[in-house]
Design a protein around this ligand. Structure first.
Ligand code: GRF
Length: 197
């Protein structure tokens, strides 16, 4: 599998750690970042995983950028793509090409609070719980069939930072578990739905 990042790489680290288990059904063969200064690139290098930087600014369209990512994925013989803090919207072409084989993690209980400033959206809405979602990637941002979710309470006095930190602890458990299900073929995307075996 490949992990696509734009930043810190803490979810990448959790996937690297999970994949060390002898029975984990996926190996991380490539990390791709659209930002050359992403801290997650050091996470990949420390783990000895090949890392490539593909700056989105070098391409004239979303699809041209996505085709460069696709070429890198094919070069590395990737079967499964996990996006973790990858801050680019995909073209329809990429979503179709990797349909059922590309996953994303988002730090809310989707369909609530897609997009950015997610934790502030949750606080502003006054919800009493939030969480994280792993979903199959479709053309529309932060939507697509849910594979797994984890919930946490929103506590009095929470800020976007304290809520993000509480959710991140769950992200680091949820993403490796959800990817394992997909890699083992226990959940598949069929007719626009996540179907569990
Ligand atoms: C995570 O909260 C993820 O859900 C969101 O961006 C953040 C990435 O964090 N899409 P990291 O780079 O994995 O540390």
């Amino acid at each position: 599998m490949a992990v696509l990042i734009s930043g810190r790489g803490s979810n990448l680290q959790s996937l690297i750690d999970a994949a060390k288990a002898p029975d984990y059904p996926a190996q991380i063969a490539l990390v791709v970042s659209n930002k050359e200064n992403a801290a997650g690139l050091d996470v990949a290098r420390r783990a000895g995983i090949p890392a490539r930087v593909i700056p989105h600014g070098n391409f004239e369209s979303r699809e041209a950028f996505d085709r460069a990512i696709d070429a890198a994925l094919r070069d590395a013989r990737i079967d499964l793509v996990a996006e973790a803090g990858f801050m680019r919207i995909h073209s329809d072409w990429f979503a179709k090409t990797w349909e059922g084989k590309a996953l994303n993690i988002h730090p809310s209980l989707l369909p609530l609070f897609p997009g950015i400033r997610v934790h502030q959206q949750a606080l502003d809405a006054g919800v009493t719980e939030s969480g994280c979602t792993v979903h199959f990637i479709v053309a529309e941002l932060d939507s697509g069939p849910t594979i797994a979710q984890a919930a946490v309470p929103v506590l009095p006095g929470d800020t976007a930072e304290t809520l993000a930190a509480r959710i991140l602890v769950e992200e680091h458990k949820l993403y490796p578990a959800a990817l394992k299900l997909v890699a083992e073929g226990k959940v598949k995307l069929e007719n626009g739905r996540a179907v569990f075996a």
